[in-house]
Ligand binder design. Structure first.
Ligand code: SAH
Length: 566
């Protein structure tokens, strides 16, 4: 059963009202609207690509359009193994709800919920579900199905008229209309014992086993599998791996948990593994302590979310210049998994919208170190924190501040956080791409702000970089508190460049109202530039020529000196 928030996808204004009603049922769901047609919570440009991407990312899809369109769009993906999230088509006016895919992901349950919200009957077509009032192959969270193919045969036998016994505790089946008979040949068996199921059994495993990994243990995934076998327990009954807080940075633990397909949780631990394991579970358990691991079996399924805490994560991400298409997919995925988002308010807003469960911590642009420390504090609690920068986080932005905060800290909780820096398209590159290729050869990137470095260093670097005939990219070129610096910088550059040197000014590139202007060093004046502008100054070889649609192409050739043959 997937727990991700669904995406509600609409094509036009006519579906918005229905979409909002569905959103009331799923407050975490975002409405994705076709750009130019309807304004949802998020814009998309291409319906097919968007739907396929959501599907591949295992996001439940509620598409307000014809079922046929959804089927044709997703058809190429259906033969591939992999994610199969719930997919539903809902009539624009809310008059029909059709579950299409994701029977095992709970699509029929969603169809019932949405239909109830819209006061219509869902178009449920799954025979087993209709007959028994539940999908036997989709047990509730806390339980896992043994074998899907065998399960399908089992349900067919029941539909053909066979009766069934229930062995073990399956509270969710109490309401089901199963043809129960104590003498039946077929049995649904709910327990965590190991062993190959017989042909007459449908096995459902309660996830009631937790394995605690000791500090010195190696080859953890094999060790766990062996320990489960030795204890006579089915691997499917494993709910999570548990380790000591002090082991958080060990990457083998995460690898083992991924290999076993279970979450990894941490607790404050001492030498007595049996004791802390028992304490962490919070319910009566039986324990077996083996070499390197201890196994606890609880009476009830265990919710891993309630045991200890996860390893916190802190990702410093770059949004790119602004436009959603220029954000790298890894950053998009990171924003989706975030519990907390920190940053300068403008950038946090640009990264949104966020779900109701995601906390936004907006701060002033100048409080960078404070923001970095706050991010570590939150991540150390086990949260999934994102620090937002525009462009690339490593270019005059938050990544260095975050690393500086970590470097200065001796807090092991901070050093245990899973820290990731995810790149973005920096303003100089986004601006250059729009102008052509002004940075097509060696170039130098500088911030003209003297807030964090002496102006004398800036002058020296400008002088040397201009002398070295590098193309120049100026970030933070000017601001109200730094009015004269750009003029002085241009004077220095002019000592080494002709007035005809091409200059590119990109303002709010990738954002609404963007402007791109191509001029020359001789014509450039500081009043053409503000703090939202990127200034690119060419080298001696940078040239320009008119483009057919108007304006100019600017580029710096790849070669220097004599043009190579060919
Ligand atoms: N980390 C950012 C840069 C932050 S410094 C990046 O990699 O792009 C802020 C400066 O970047 C601004 O003063 C401006 O010069 C430039 N800048 C940022 N976004 C911009 C945009 N969309 N268009 C033009 N310049 C931009």
């Amino acid at each position: 059963m997937t727990s991700k928030a669904p995406a509600i996808v609409i094509l036009g204004q006519g579906s918005l009202a229905t979409a909002r009603r569905i959103q009331q049922r799923y407050p975490d769901a975002l409405i994705h609207g076709l750009a130019g047609r309807v304004k949802g919570d998020r814009q998309y440009l291409e319906f097919g690509a968007t739907l396929r991407e959501l599907y591949q990312r295992d996001t439940p899809i509620i598409a307000l359009c014809a079922a046929g369109i959804v089927i044709r769009t997703l058809a190429p993906l259906l033969l591939e193994k992999g994610a199969e999230p719930p997919v539903l088509a809902v009539a624009e006016d809310g008059s029909a709800v059709v579950p299409l895919l994701g029977g095992l992901g709970g699509v029929n349950g969603m169809a019932r919920d949405i239909a109830a919200a819209l006061h219509v009957a869902p178009a449920i077509t799954t025979s087993g579900e209709l007959r028994f009032g539940t999908c036997l192959l989709n047990p509730p969270s806390g339980y896992s199905l043994g074998d899907l193919e065998q399960g399908k045969r089992f349900v067919s036998d029941l539909l053909a008229g066979e009766t069934v016994r229930v062995e073990g505790a399956a509270p969710w089946l109490d309401q089901a209309q199963l043809p129960q008979d104590a003498q039946a040949r077929l049995a649904i068996r709910i327990d965590s014992a190991a062993g190959v199921p017989t042909a007459d059994e449908l096995r459902i495993y309660p996830r009631n086993v937790v394995i605690a990994v000791s500090a010195g243990a190696t080859d953890i995934s094999n060790l766990s599998v062996q320990a489960l076998a030795q204890a006579g327990l089915a691997p499917q009954s494993l709910a999570c791996l548990l380790a000591a807080d002090s082991d958080m940075p060990r990457s083998e633990l995460q690898q083992a948990a991924s290999a076993l397909g279970v979450p990894l949780r941490f607790v404050a631990a001492n030498a007595n593994v049996a004791q802390w394991l028992g304490d962490a579970m919070g319910q009566p358990v039986s324990l077996q302590v083996l070499d390197g691991v201890a196994i606890a079996v609880a009476e009830q399924p265990v919710d891993p979310q309630r045991i200890g805490r996860p390893r916190g994560r802190l990702a410093v991400i770059g949004l790119g210049p602004g436009a959603a298409e220029l954000m790298v997919p890894a950053v998009r995925a990171e924003l989706d998994r975030a519990t907390d988002v920190l940053g300068y308010e403008t950038y946090v807003r640009m990264a949104g919208p966020f779900r109701a469960d995601q906390v936004q911590h907006c701060t002033d642009n100048r409080e960078e170190m404070q923001r970095a420390r706050h991010a570590f504090e939150l991540a150390a609690e086990g949260r999934s924190v994102v620090v937002v920068s525009s462009g690339d986080p490593g270019v005059f932005a938050m990544a260095a501040a975050v690393l500086e905060a970590l470097h200065e800290s001796s807090d092991t909780r901070w050093h245990s956080v899973d820290l990731q820096i995810l790149p973005g398209v920096s303003a100089s590159l986004a601006t250059a791409a729009q102008a052509g290729a002004p940075l097509g050869h060696d170039f130098c990137v500088m911030s003209l702000s003297d807030n964090l470095k002496p102006w004398s260093i800036i002058e020296k670097r400008l002088d040397l970089a201009a002398q070295a005939d590098l193309a120049l990219a100026f970030y933070n070129p000017i601001s109200r508190s730094r009015p004269w610096q750009l003029g002085r910088a241009l004077e220095i550059v002019a000592q080494h460049r002709t007035p005809q040197t091409p200059v590119v000014l990109g303002r709010d590139i990738g954002r609404p109202g963007q402007t791109l202007r191509v001029t020359t060093l001789g014509q450039l004046t500081p009043d053409q530039v503000d703090m939202r502008t990127m200034v690119l100054v060419g080298s001696s070889t940078t040239c320009m020529f008119p483009r057919a649609e108007g304006g100019d192409w600017v580029y710096t050739p790849r070669w220097y000196g004599n043009k190579p043959a060919g």
